[in-house]
Design a protein around this ligand. Structure first.
Ligand code: NAD
Length: 267
């Protein structure tokens, strides 16, 4: 996809990977619309983009709400005329044992991580198709959406759903000129656990807290949001479907694939 002069909407854009993608796509000449529930964070990142000469608009949005996503799409189109790249990136991640998670927490995670993506796709893709200028959807899932992991159970379930949605959507939209990518990082140095704790309505005892060093021990290399954003830009430009960022995690995928293959029994 040729990015220059095009318009990107990035949910979860007030911090972390979303903010880094805003800078990275902005540097490619894209106009940026940031969406997040964090109004102060949105204002800060939008100001930083504008200070770099990047055309940017911040719009307070709750991806769980269809009305809120419609207002976001309306605001983006009113300001910039069209949307060519939708980054469904907003997410939450309460770590903990699945069996200890209250039902409200399951709903909270699925509402943001899964339904947020559904709402984005349902609101923006018809507008891309109607405009007839092509387009691309980039969904942020996780390595936890490709391999089941302990403590990432509820989160992983939501991210597996995003990977499945993306695989099907890619096949469905390709003939119509809309690309789809799914971004699956392992651990990235962001405030994800803190923002989740702030937004989580359950304050559940089930949530486990791990600092950066502990996360590194559990899950290996910690990448920066900027490294992940650079991969996202290159992946969208090339039209890659899977965008994987932590090379050393290939072993996890290999083992999963071997387990699957060995599950076929010759009758
Ligand atoms: P982050 O906390 O910096 O960013 C997440 C953003 O989503 C926050 O700004 C938060 O306010 C926003 N958000 C949460 N609920 C929302 C809602 N209902 N509507 C709109 N915005 C909402 O964390 P991050 O690590 O940059 O997370 C970005 C994405 O990357 C998430 O989908 C996350 O699951 C995924 N991811 C992160 C990691 C990691 O290790 N940090 C690894 C794999 C995948």
């Amino acid at each position: 996809m040729d990015l220059s002069g095009k318009v990107a909407v990035i949910t979860g854009g007030a911090s972390g990977i979303g903010a880094a993608m805003a800078h990275a796509f902005g540097k490619q000449g894209m106009k940026i619309v940031l969406a997040d529930v964090d109004a102060a964070g949105l204002e800060k990142v939008t100001g930083e983009l504008q200070a770099q000469g990047i055309a940017a608009l911040g719009h307070v949005t709750d991806v769980r709400q269809t009305d809120s996503m419609r207002a976001l799409a309306d605001a983006a189109c009113a300001r910039f005329g069209a949307v060519h790249l939708l980054c469904n990136n907003a997410g939450v991640c309460p770590l903990g044992e699945m069996m200890a998670a209250p039902l409200e927490e399951w709903r909270f995670v699925m509402d943001v991580n899964f339904w947020g993506v559904v709402n984005g796709v349902r609101e923006f893709v018809p507008r891309m198709l109607a405009k007839g200028e092509g387009g691309h959807v980039l969904n942020t899932a996780s390595m936890a959406g490709l391999v089941g992991m302990q403590l990432f159970g509820v989160y992983g379930a939501s991210k597996f759903a995003v990977v499945g949605l993306s695989e099907g959507l890619s096949r469905e939209l390709k003939p119509q000129g809309i690309g789809v990518s799914v971004l699956c990082p392992m651990v990235v140095d962001t405030g994800l656990l803190a923002s989740t704790a702030r937004l989580n309505p359950t304050a559940s005892d089930a949530v486990v807290t791990l600092d950066k060093d502990q996360l590194q021990q559990v899950a290996g290399t910690v990448r920066t949001p900027e490294q992940v954003a650079a991969r996202a830009v290159a992946g969208v430009q090339r039209g890659d479907f899977y965008i994987l960022t932590h090379t050393e995690q290939a072993e996890l995928l290999r083992k999963r694939s071997q387990r699957l293959e060995s599950a076929f029994v010759k009758d």
